[in-house]
Design a protein around this ligand. Structure first.
Ligand code: PEP
Ligand code: MG
Length: 316
C-alpha cells in the first residue's frame, strides 16, 4: 500500500500491477524543458517545432540555428526518448512562406506533412539539423510526421529520413481517420505511431477544433474517437510496435486509464498534467483499465463513456 502511494507521486508511470505506461511531456521548445524535468517526465512525447519557425516569416531557420535548439532539448533528457515532430505548418498553424494564401478549406488543404512534401528543402534541412543535434548524445531521438494520411505519406517521410542519414526511429502521427483505419499499412513503413487526438477528433467529426460552439464534437470521450484509438493501438500491438497518445486526451486522468486499456503504450501531455495522470494510473490494474475501455467502447455518448469508465474503475 505504502509503496503504491509513493509510486503515485513520483517515478515512472505504471498501473498498480506494474504495467509500464511511460508519461512523457509535450513541449514547444527549450523553454518548456525545466517544467518537464521537474514533473518527472520520462522523456518528450511531442516536441512541437513550429515555434522555432515563427521568428522569420520569410524563410526557415538555418540548419545551424535548428541544430542548436534541438541539441538543447536532447541534452536535457539523457538516455530518454525525445520524439520530435517535423514541422506542422498550415491550418491552425499557418506560416507565410509555406502555407498557401488562398485555400477554401485550410484544414483540408496543404498542411503538416503535405507542406513538407511540397517543400522538400525545408524537410531536408530540419532532418539534417536533427541528425546533427543527436550526434554524440545519449537521448533516444525519434522523429515523426504530422498529418499522415496513408501508406504513401508514411513511405515518403521514412524515405526523407533515410536520405538525411537519420538513424532515429521514424513515426507517423495518427490524426486523420484514414490513418487509424489502416494503421497496419502505415506500420509497414514506420517504427511507431502517435495519436494526435486533437486533430483526430476534428477530422472524425468534421468539427473545427477552433470553433468553441462545436466543443461537444471535440470531446475525446466520443466513442467514435475511442474506436479509432483502439484500431490504431491494436494494429501496433500486432506489429509489435509502440502507439502513444500525444493529444489533450492523454491529460485526462480517467481517460488515460481507458487509453491504456485500449492498448496505448505511452501518454504525452503538458507537464502540469503528469502528476495527476501518474497518481490515477497507479490506482488501477491493467485489467481494470481494459475493463474500463471495454465499457466505454460499448456506449454511444461521451457522457455514458465517461460514466461507464468511472463505474468500471470504481471511482466517484
Ligand atoms: C493533435 O492534433 O492532437 C496534436 C497533438 O497536435 P497539435 O495539437 O499540435 O495539432
Ligand atoms: Mg495535430
Amino acid at each position: 500500500q505504502r509503496r503504491a502511494a509513493v509510486t503515485a507521486i513520483s517515478g515512472p508511470g505504471a498501473t498498480s500491477d506494474g504495467h509500464a505506461v511511460p508519461l512523457l511531456a509535450n513541449i514547444g521548445g527549450v523553454g518548456d524543458v525545466a517544467a518537464a524535468v521537474a514533473a518527472g517526465a520520462e522523456g518528450v512525447g511531442l516536441f512541437r517545432t513550429e515555434f522555432l519557425f515563427l521568428d522569420d516569416h520569410r524563410q526557415a531557420p538555418s540548419v545551424a540555428v535548428q541544430e542548436e535548439a534541438y541539441r538543447q532539448v536532447l541534452e536535457a533528457f539523457p538516455g530518454s526518448r525525445v520524439v520530435v515532430r517535423a514541422l506542422d505548418a498550415g491550418a491552425d498553424k499557418p506560416l507565410d512562406f509555406l502555407t498557401p494564401a488562398e485555400e477554401p478549406n485550410p484544414a483540408l488543404g496543404v498542411r503538416g506533412l503535405r507542406t513538407l512534401l511540397e517543400h522538400p528543402d525545408v524537410l531536408a534541412g530540419q532532418l539534417e539539423a536533427l541528425a546533427r543535434a543527436a550526434n554524440g548524445l545519449s537521448a533516444q531521438l525519434e522523429v515523426m510526421a504530422p498529418m499522415v494520411a496513408d501508406r504513401a505519406d508514411a513511405a515518403a517521410f521514412a524515405a526523407a529520413c533515410r536520405a538525411a542519414g537519420l538513424t532515429a526511429k521514424v513515426g507517423a502521427m495518427v490524426e486523420i481517420p484514414s490513418a487509424a483505419l489502416r494503421a497496419s499499412a502505415l506500420l509497414r513503413e514506420v517504427d511507431f505511431l502517435s495519436l494526435g487526438t486533437n486533430d483526430l477528433a476534428q477530422y472524425t467529426f468534421a468539427a473545427d477544433r477552433q470553433t468553441g460552439s462545436l466543443a461537444r464534437l471535440q470531446d475525446p470521450w466520443q466513442p467514435a474517437l475511442l474506436d479509432l484509438v483502439h484500431a490504431a493501438a491494436q494494429a501496433a500491438q500486432l506489429a509489435d510496435k509502440s502507439c502513444g497518445v500525444c493529444g489533450e486526451a492523454a491529460a485526462d486522468p480517467l481517460l488515460a486509464c481507458v487509453l491504456t486499456g485500449l492498448g496505448v503504450t505511452s501518454l504525452s501531455m503538458s507537464s502540469t498534467a503528469i502528476a495527476r495522470v501518474r497518481a490515477t494510473l497507479a490506482q488501477h490494474t491493467l485489467g481494470e483499465c481494459q475493463a474500463a475501455a471495454r465499457a466505454a467502447l460499448a456506449t454511444d455518448t461521451p457522457q455514458d463513456a465517461r460514466q461507464a469508465a468511472r463505474n468500471a474503475l470504481g471511482v466517484a
